[in-house]
Ligand binder design. Sequence first.
Ligand SMILES: NC(=O)c1ccc[n+]([C@@H]2O[C@H](COP(=O)([O-])OP(=O)(O)OC[C@H]3O[C@@H](n4cnc5c(N)ncnc54)[C@H](O)[C@@H]3O)[C@@H](O)[C@H]2O)c1
Length: 294
Amino acid sequence: MNISVIGAGQMGAGIAQVFATGGHQVSLVDINQTALDRGIATIGNSLDRIVKKERITEAEKAAALANITGFTDMGAGTQEADLVIEAATENVDLKLKIFAQLASLAPAAAPLATNTSSISITRIAAATDRPDKVIGMHFMNPVPVMKLVEVIRGYATSDETTELVMNLSRELGKVPVEVNDYPGFVANRILMPMINEAITTLFEGVAGVAEIDTVMKLGMAHPMGPLQLADYIGLDTCLAILEVMKDGFGRAHFQPCPLLVNMVMAGKLGRKSGEGFYDYSGGGKELVVSGSFV
Ligand SMILES: NC(=O)c1ccc[n+]([C@@H]2O[C@H](COP(=O)([O-])OP(=O)(O)OC[C@H]3O[C@@H](n4cnc5c(N)ncnc54)[C@H](O)[C@@H]3O)[C@@H](O)[C@H]2O)c1
């Protein structure tokens, strides 16, 4: 199939990688040439690690990379799409704009999927000419490793579109789980309040970054502490998801911690900006004292 992926950030690059490795032709689109180049470089590095682990050969890596073409123009990058998967920044106005454009750019038969973490599929679908073909295809980070795909049916999503996305997910070796369209769906409705509470625990001085993460890793058998996970997801994305759930449900339960808001305003977005609760500028994970943001 020809798969167009919109957004070459951490998720878009991962999605492009798994489809390309699965033998699909991938058009990877980003408005930002630097982000596109970084996304393609990330895919190369990720495939190198998989070659080192002897899970694929050098030839398979080269074939996967040859399946990916980069574009900064969404029209050129979607004109032959059999399926579009949008993985641009988590912002409702941006997604509505992209989907309105996709309605006129992508072939009429192409389903339009979004990797949104929280935004209403029904609302995104209403911006298009084909609400029955709009669906949530929510991959987890890192995409090549994580098995789950949360498949979200909007109000008008057809059985045919749902079946296509469920089958395609299985073909990629993933496990799709179908859920209904309410803010944050299932994954982030449960995960984000925990991350927000971990940030509030830090904000209120109950414990430090390392202590909070160690309690949750060793005490609850989580592979990553919640603050490290927030850095990994991106603090801007965490904040955007909490805002969508706060607005959608009208519950204080989802009110973002002021420390999270401050860190995002300060440009401390986690791993992707080089610093969040930890400092990644040297490549490794060093603890950052976030007291200065409180
Ligand atoms: N980070 C995670 O752990 C995670 C997990 C699951 C889902 N998601 C979702 O995936 C989506 C992308 O998240 P991310 O972490 O990859 O973000 P990111 O910030 O790493 O990347 C977003 C990319 O979108 C690009 N972009 C912005 N506007 C665009 C446009 N009009 N056309 C094309 N590209 C555009 C940006 O240049 C950037 O490269 C979001 O909806 C997010 O909620 C994120």
